[in-house]
Design a protein around this ligand. Structure first.
Ligand SMILES: *Cc1c(COP(=O)(O)O)cnc(C)c1O
Length: 410
């Protein structure tokens, strides 16, 4: 998208606003499926939690992807977007047996990540095939909050517990139709990831009735120029070769699955905000915008880097800014950032705002969540209205018991 398109959207729909460029989502999807075109059966399930607007789910489903979900509400959003239950996988962590049973009854593939639920589910529903989430104990990814494959992780069933899984399968007569791993975000080293895949292949040989192996996600996208990203083409080439040879060994063409979230939507997103105030202090120049970590928490939560450009004055002389929000506690988006000169009222654009941005937003400080706009084939479509005061109070119950007290006092 060009700056002038973004600026026109900020003018039309107001700020702050999230904008998603459909062409980037489509090209990322094509890039990933092309990298694995030599695999006979490939299934890409988009991780809904990254960005769950119905329009996005419809777009991604129209490309041929299924969905990876972590809550029954995400499943319901997928169904509402018209995704068929058989194209949805449910990969929750720590949810109740009841929720898993309810999702399973909708015809969705379930993925179980602990022995206790596996035993209970298998006992009650021996005829429903399930996938199991393994923990290969391979450390991939740099951020401890998003790295989920290590030894102390709460995710998955340890590969050291395979004998216990097999005993449950035998005792209940249940069928395991898939195995899964998701080692966490930010795969920097393809070899490390492939090592985890080897562990999964070894695990797979214990199960004779598999239909698919799901390798999760963790594809790293660039946040700034010079950033390392997962080399999808190289990864696809190496993984395809290995997967196809594994299928021969296994004696069946299995489906190769991935669950990309960030990879599909991160770079498609822009977050636009208006600069309310320029404040010079003794040590820095702050640019205070009409938003905060209530709308974009990743810099405060994960120390993530989002490039910021002044789209009102993109060619201006560059100066150093600390870009901060309006929340009443430390609320910093960026420090010492070179941005072309900002005047109060300018619109700034945050890049990589497609994944885990709107979906992690809140009403903290009683602010409205922003609008969302989809840019598709040269046209802007509003896909979520900005909230209003009514959204803040619609579930609150105004109990009228204090006014009385006040009356008696006065
Ligand atoms: C969050 C999640 C994903 C997506 O991860 P990204 O880094 O956004 O690609 C995939 N699978 C599972 C099980 C997840 O929880």
């Amino acid at each position: 998208m060009e700056n002038k398109n973004l600026l026109a959207i900020a003018n039309e729909f107001g700020s702050p606003v999230y904008v998603y460029d459909s062409s980037k989502i489509i090209s990322q999807y094509n890039r990933l499926s092309d990298a694995f075109k030599e695999v006979k059966q490939l299934k890409l399930n988009y991780a809904v939690k990254a960005l769950s607007n119905l329009a996005i789910l419809k777009l991604i489903n129209s490309l041929g992807a299924g969905l990876d979900t972590v809550s029954i509400q995400e499943v319901e959003l997928g169904l509402k977007a018209g995704v068929k239950p058989k194209n949805i996988v449910f990969t929750p962590n720590g949810v109740s047996l009841e929720e898993i049973e309810e999702v399973s009854s909708l015809g969705v593939q379930i993925n179980i990540d602990n022995l206790s639920i596996l035993e209970q589910f298998g006992t009650k529903h021996p005829d429903t095939p399930v996938c199991i989430r393994m923990n290969p104990h391979v450390m991939a990814g740099g951020n401890s909050k998003i790295s989920v494959g290590h030894i102390d992780s709460k995710f998955g069933i340890s590969i050291h517990q395979i004998p216990h899984i097999l005993r449950i399968v035998q005792n209940t007569g249940m069928r395991i139709n898939g195995i899964h791993m998701h080692t966490g975000s930010d795969i920097l080293d393809i070899e490390v990831f492939l090592r985890a895949c080897e562990i999964l292949f070894e695990t797979a040989m214990n199960f004779k009735n598999l239909d698919f192996i799901d390798f999760g996600s963790g594809f790293k996208v660039p946040y700034k120029s010079g950033d390392i990203e997962t080399n999808i083409e190289e990864f696809g080439f190496k993984m395809t070769k290995r997967f196809n040879s594994f299928c021969k060994e296994y004696g069946k063409n299995l489906t190769l699955g991935f669950e990309p979230g960030k990879f599909l939507v991160s770079e498609a997103g822009y977050f636009l905000a208006k600069v309310n105030v320029i404040k010079q202090t003794t040590s820095t120049v702050f640019a205070g915008i009409d938003s905060g970590f209530n709308h974009l928490i990743r810099p405060m939560f994960y120390n993530s880097h989002h490039e910021i450009i002044n789209i009102t004055n993109p060619e201006g002389k560059e100066r150093f800014y600390s870009v901060v929000g309006y929340i009443c506690e430390t609320d910093t988006f960026a420090t010492n950032r070179r941005i072309s000169e900002i005047t109060e009222g300018d619109i700034v654009a945050f890049k990589n705002a497609g994944a885990y941005c709107f979906s992690m937003s809140s009403n903290y400080n009683s602010r409205y969540r922003p609008a969302e706009v989809l840019w598709h084939e040269g046209e802007a479509h509003l896909i979520r209205k900005r909230e209003t005061f009514n959204d803040l109070i619609k579930n609150q119950i105004d109990i009228d018991i204090f006014s009385k007290t006040k009356e008696t006092v006065s």
